[in-house]
Design a binder for this molecule. Structure first.
Ligand SMILES: NC(=O)c1ccc[n+]([C@@H]2O[C@H](COP(=O)([O-])OP(=O)(O)OC[C@H]3O[C@@H](n4cnc5c(N)ncnc54)[C@H](OP(=O)(O)O)[C@@H]3O)[C@@H](O)[C@H]2O)c1
Length: 288
């Protein structure tokens, strides 16, 4: 599945979220294949292979897209927030106008709010393709929760302190390794065969947060526990840490909506595409 020839277009790949969990890995994978890369984020110093990019600054997009052959889209903060579908619609139109041939977009599994953005991408890609050559190939990667949320992201400090507290009960989640997402993104950006598809990507097994913390504790030999807390306590904790209101609202929605069992099943997609098992969470905590 998904085995295709190399894409002939060797123009640079624009990697949005290029300093983030998946973007950094996508850029590294492209460089490893000898592919030219343009890292895009708000905080990068402009350079030959890096460009300042802000989802809130549409006027800046044409310059960022100039000369680009393909784009990895990691929208911030999430495709389910209000305005995301509008931004993706406008970005896809700007990408078409710039002659971009291929877009791979990261999305969240089980997020109905993200589907409008996914549809907008697919519509812009298909429109005109084969007639005026103005369409682009598109692939959506709908990923489950990243293992790297525990090591590099939102929850890393809690794990370092020895206790994770979330408003989530005993719901299993097939945590996925961001390296697997990036490997598939690089394949979709540089090879034919994955265009026009929405891929549901998960890790190899599903664990509740409590079971995951118990396993990480065993692997590291350090005490680590999980506690389910009321949503109000979680939100108060975020406020005390200075997390802005719109992000608190988003996280409240995320933890009260997505962890209802809808995403608990694993999918065979990662092994089907990569020809090997999905990376297991245990890999990130080599036994002490
Ligand atoms: N974490 C998960 O478990 C999970 C699961 C499924 C899907 N996702 C999706 O993954 C995406 C996030 O990707 P990620 O986890 O790889 O990134 P990340 O680690 O959250 O990092 C965010 C990246 O986006 C950039 N960024 C933030 N705000 C921006 C803005 N306004 N304009 C332009 N760039 C901005 C950041 O750099 P600057 O701050 O320098 O701009 C950084 O490079 C979201 O769409 C999320 O829905 C996440």
């Amino acid at each position: 599945m998904g085995g295709g020839g190399m894409v002939a277009d060797r123009r640079p790949v624009l990697v949005t979220g290029g300093t983030g969990k998946t973007g950094r890995r996508v850029a590294a994978g492209l460089w490893a294949r000898g592919w030219p890369v343009r890292i895009a984020a708000r905080s990068v110093a402009p350079a030959a292979d890096a460009v300042r990019f802000d989802w809130a600054d549409r006027a800046g997009w044409p310059a960022v897209l100039d000369g680009v052959g393909a784009v990895y889209v990691a929208y911030a903060p999430d495709l389910a927030v209000p305005g995301a579908a509008d931004d993706i619609t406008a970005f896809a139109a700007a990408a078409r106008a710039a002659g971009v041939g291929r877009i791979v977009m990261l999305s969240g599994r089980g997020e109905p709010g993200a589907e409008a953005a996914e549809r907008a991408l697919a519509a812009a890609g298909q429109e005109g393709a084969g007639r005026d050559g103005a369409g682009f190939a598109w692939t959506v990667l709908r990923a489950s929760w990243f293992v790297q949320n525990f090591t590099e992201g939102l929850l890393a400090d809690a794990l370092a302190a020895g206790e994770l507290a979330l408003p989530v009960g005993d719901v299993p989640e097939p945590f996925i390794d961001a390296d697997d997402i990036a490997e598939i993104a690089v394949k979709a950006l540089t090879e034919d065969g994955l265009g026009g598809r929405i891929l549901e990507l998960t890790g190899p097994r599903s664990l509740s947060f409590a079971a995951a913390m118990a396993e990480i504790s065993r692997l590291t030999g350090r005490p680590l526990s999980y506690r389910q807390i009321p949503l109000a306590d979680f939100l108060a904790g975020l406020q005390a840490q200075g997390v802005p209101g719109d992000m608190r609202d988003f996280l409240a929605w995320l933890f009260t909506t997505l962890f209802d069992g809808r995403n608990s099943a694993t999918t065979p997609t990662v092994p089907e595409i990569l020809g090997r098992p999905a990376r297991d969470l245990a890999r990130c905590w080599p036994a002490a």
